[in-house]
Design a protein around this ligand. Structure first.
Ligand code: GLY
Length: 380
């Protein structure tokens, strides 16, 4: 694509799931249409907005105003920011608040926030009165292109991330691209790793377009909407074919086997955001694919160059506190990967590349090969 893009009023992406199909609305200002869309979808509905303190400061008033102008009654549930809320305690707080707000079977929960709020509020909705519908209003780039779409909801167990949850599809996703203007550059970059992931796993032309247009995406130009819509279309297509991850949905985990181990090694802390772990993990997956002779060294380098060009970490050594115990240790990283959901009977599952734009699920990877590879990267 060479002609400059223009901002469009709104882009609609359909998630084709039969009687559970829903729309993703993408564009600058679409948050203001939330009320009329909800009223059209569910006349007379009551709603409860679940959000966190930071998002509430920026976007709660505007969200409530949109609902009020459409005559929709609403209450609010505000949780602490971050993974601390994606816990049994956080779920109890949200569930009890929804019951106290008298949210009933035909009402709607509205998840206003990033991935944590979407996963938590979606799971609370899934179990409240055995299932209440919910709307996703994602406010981070990562949530707009990944976690708000596809119905994965849940909380963490002290024994691991996302170990409790449900597939519960939203009835509507409102992705207002202007809300991303208040994200820190680091948070925006971390979300961008998931955008690049869609190019790397299934769409070489999109990856090439990102290489040329990433500056406009970061500055909030029309390329941002195009990138988010392309990412959502890619995810919607995969989810509509494999909602419960029995096959190709696993491709969306490109970079995540390595990435989750790195997140665990850094204590799921601010040392490494999820998207940053995915960035390093994606480069490792590309380099591992090259080591196995599946792609050329040049293709692996191309993945690394693009992610590095937007300022994402791409090497283990880029991670804050790299030299600390657990991160610079191949055996410790292997142990963390062995605890992941992606292990079956001792063999690791990786998403590997056959080309940029063509990923495959490899579910019989010998741990010894991965260990040697990591050892080489750590000493390199
Ligand atoms: N984030 C990966 C998925 O939704 O399947």
């Amino acid at each position: 694509m060479t002609a400059p893009l223009k901002h469009s009023a709104a882009i609609t992406v359909d998630v084709a799931l039969g009687d559970r199909a829903y729309d993703i609305m993408i564009g600058r200002g679409v948050l203001d249409t939330l009320g009329t869309r909800v009223a059209a979808l569910r006349p007379g509905v009551r709603t409860a907005i679940v959000t966190d303190r930071t998002v509430a400061k920026h976007w709660l008033e505007q969200t409530e105003r949109s609902l009020a102008e459409a005559g929709i009654a609403t209450s609010r549930v505000i949780v602490e920011e971050g993974e601390v809320s994606k816990t049994y305690a956080g779920l109890e707080k949200v569930s009890e608040a929804l019951i106290a707000a008298k949210i009933e079977r035909n009402d709607l929960v509205i998840a206003l926030g990033g991935g944590v709020v979407g996963d938590l509020a979606g799971f609370a909705a899934a179990i409240l009165r055995r299932g209440v519908d919910f709307v996703q209003v994602p406010t981070s780039l990562l949530a707009q292109v990944d976690s708000s779409v596809g119905g994965k909801t849940g909380i963490n167990s002290p024994q691991g991330k996302n170990l409790l949850g449900a597939f519960h599809q939203p009835v509507l996703v409102i992705a207002d691209t202007s809300v991303l203007d208040t994200l820190s550059p680091r948070q925006f970059r971390a979300g961008y790793a998931e955008v690049a992931k869609y190019g790397a796993l299934g769409d070489e032309a999109f990856f090439t377009w990102l290489e040329a247009n990433h500056a406009d995406i970061f500055s909030g130009g029309a390329a941002r909407e195009h990138a988010i819509a392309t990412s959502c279309r890619a995810k919607a297509a995969i989810v509509s074919r494999d909602e419960r991850e029995n096959g190709e949905r696993a491709l969306l985990n490109l970079g995540h086997t390595f990435g989750h181990a790195l997140e665990a090694a850094t204590g799921f802390s601010d040392r490494l955001f999820h998207g940053e772990g995915v960035s390093v993990g994606m480069v490792l997956a590309a380099e591992f694919s090259a080591k196995l002779g599946m792609i050329s060294e040049a293709d692996a380098t191309r993945v690394e160059r693009h992610l590095a060009s937007v300022g994402l970490p791409t090497h283990l050594q880029d991670i804050a506190g790299f030299a600390q115990e657990g991160l610079a240790d191949a055996d410790a990283l292997m142990a963390l990967m062995a605890q992941d959901k992606k292990v079956k009977r001792g063999k690791l599952t990786f998403i590997l590349l056959q080309a940029i734009g063509r990923a495959v699920v490899a579910n019989d990877v010998e741990p010894a090969l991965v260990r040697d590879f990591l050892q080489q990267k750590l000493s390199g």
